[in-house]
Design a binder for this molecule. Structure first.
Ligand code: ADE
Length: 228
């Protein structure tokens, strides 16, 4: 998968995506992420990419011209499956959306700042609007990093144990069961006997039961979907 990201703060994005599993995905050639500084397409030598909003009010708006030039110049290189704008008023990211997006070849992500981007860009270029939750960040960069991480780890070959993404929380609308590692007893706190039993069927059944209990208690909204 190839992901291009248009941003005014490429430094903010480069670091979170260059460690651990995202690094491995890129080293293996399964994922490429290129950040593009919007100021390359600024309207003047001062690097201007935003302006006051019509109708008055505090906060700047990202202008059409730099964004159109950035998008169209990247489109000359690649055909994008989706052009995604990260915004708190987008559809909230969940595991199903991440699964769906991980099936694409080429994505273009646009990070907003200040009051956001001119509405005409949303109408004429953006194909999908994504929020990472009901709170406002100071820009779309951290949201873009979250989205790329959630998608990137699902690409075939990225995770060592191919089955581990399937047992994550939220796959099948269930939270993950509790996990333990050595020692079997620490400060008198014991690992559940069943996990030491060596009986794979019993262990699977126990994990499933715990996942159901945990989801029912903590996230009845998700449990409802599991039952459907
Ligand atoms: N930009 C600012 N806040 C955001 C959020 N919650 N999700 C996505 N992009 C954002």
């Amino acid at each position: 998968m190839h992901v291009d990201i248009i941003t005014v703060l490429p430094e903010l994005l480069n670091s979170p995506l260059s460690h651990s599993i995202m690094k491995r995905a890129q080293d293996k050639g399964l994922l490429t992420v290129n950040t593009h500084n919007l100021r390359q397409w600024a309207v003047n030598e001062y690097g201007q990419v935003d302006d006051y909003q019509y109708g008055g009010g505090a906060g700047m708006v990202m202008m059409c011209e730099p964004l159109v030039n950035a998008i169209e110049s990247l489109q000359k290189e690649r055909k994008y499956d989706e052009i995604i704008y990260l915004t708190p008023d987008g559809k909230t990211l969940d595991q199903q959306m991440a699964n769906q997006l991980s099936l694409n070849e080429n994505l273009l992500l646009i990070c907003g700042h200040y009051k956001g981007i001119d509405e005409r860009i949303r109408e004429h270029y953006i194909t999908k609007e994504v929020s990472i939750g009901d709170y406002v960040l100071s820009g779309g960069e951290l949201a873009a990093a979250v989205l790329v991480d959630a998608i990137g780890r699902l690409l075939p070959g990225v995770l060592n144990d191919e089955t581990s993404a399937l047992t994550d929380s939220f796959q099948d609308h269930l939270l993950a069961p509790p996990v333990y590692t050595r020692p079997a007893e620490y400060k008198g706190w014991k690992v559940p006997d069943v996990l030491l039993s060596g009986d794979p069927k019993k262990i699977d059944d126990w994990r499933h039961e715990m996942a159901i209990d945990r989801t029912r208690q903590r996230r009845p909204d998700i449990y409802k979907k599991h039952e459907e």
